[in-house]
Design a binder for this molecule. Structure first.
Ligand SMILES: [Zn+2]
Length: 307
């Protein structure tokens, strides 16, 4: 069945890119609401203030995920909060926010997870639909790609490769996706960046709120933060955290196996648009044991697109 929060949660913090201090309240919502943001700082009508967290509302942005409604109102850096909601099985929520960016907190989704755990989860009376991948889809090239395959559950095989000794090759496979796996293995991993990029990003007006309190910063010698890495492979864990947040823009849990090599927000967003662009890529099924349709997988036609 679909789920929402038992009661509202709230948090305040600085935003990674704008540097603005922002207040957020996540409220329970009825079945089939999905995840909606409400810009309570805007003086426009309530209709214009609401931004659905959906693939159709994705707009291009750097180093984060941004959704924007048809009235031009947007909210960015939603991925870690979306990841926590997806990871803990919250299908429906209305999120009041008083600026255009979600606070970064400690750079992971652990604080969101703790708040949701404290509030509790409410089971709703409507059944949950799952978006099932029904034929292979590949987006990207040998340098960075996402490959999705039909499967009986949601699983991820993620590899990153950077030109740095600390993270030149990290790989993690999640064979299944349960709340406990998300909570224990993924949610505590922080976002990261390279010192050599900081000046360039600041010139672009990004990471104004970035600090060693909310991101792992890496220089040639290694990690610059006083806090040690929370896991040796914290970097690939965070990439999975981001992917789990971004894929929730489908508005549904997903059945499929995802092999990702050097992914990122923009690649995932393009993948989601490609996936939905052709209805022969997917279908909606009821959550629960496999039905006979799941064995009727179409011939292996692969879709490739350069990015
Ligand atoms: Zn992230």
């Amino acid at each position: 069945m679909q789920q929402t929060l038992k009661k509202s949660i709230s948090f305040t913090g600085v935003c990674l890119h704008s540097g603005i201090n922002t207040n957020v309240k996540v409220h329970p919502a009825p079945a089939d609401t999905g995840i909606k943001f409400k810009r309570i700082d805007l003086k426009t009508s309530s209709k214009e203030n609401i931004i659905d967290a959906t693939v159709n509302n994705i707009v291009k942005s750097q180093l984060c995920t941004t959704v924007q409604n048809k009235f031009g109102n947007k909210v960015s850096t939603i991925e870690h909060l979306m990841s926590a909601l997806h990871g803990l099985g919250i299908d429906n929520a209305l999120i009041d926010i008083d600026s255009d960016e979600v606070p970064i907190l400690d750079g992971s989704s652990k604080i969101f997870v703790n708040l949701i755990d404290e509030a509790g989860i409410k089971h709703l009376k409507s059944s949950r639909k799952i978006l099932k991948i029904i034929r292979p889809i590949i987006l990207g090239d040998k340098n960075a790609f996402i490959k999705a395959l039909p499967a009986q559950s949601f699983s991820i095989d993620y590899t990153i490769s950077y030109d740095h000794s600390l993270l030149n090759h990290q790989k993690l496979t999640l064979d299944s996706f349960e709340e406990s796996i998300y909570r224990d293995l993924i949610s505590n991993s922080r976002t990261f960046g390279f010192k050599e990029d900081v000046d360039m990003l600041l010139e672009k007006g990004l990471i104004k709120g970035g600090s060693l309190e909310n991101a792992i910063l890496i220089d040639e010698a290694g990690v610059m933060n006083d806090e040690e890495l929370r896991y040796p492979d914290e970097f690939v864990r965070h990439k999975i955290l981001d992917f789990i947040g971004d894929i929730f823009l489908l508005g549904k849990k997903v059945e499929g196996h995802f092999e990702i090599y050097c992914g990122g927000h923009n690649l995932t967003q393009e993948f989601l648009k490609t996936l939905l662009s052709d209805h022969s890529n997917w279908k909606l099924i009821n959550e629960g044991p496999s039905d006979i349709d799941q064995r009727l997988i179409k011939p292996h036609t692969e879709i490739s697109a350069a990015i």
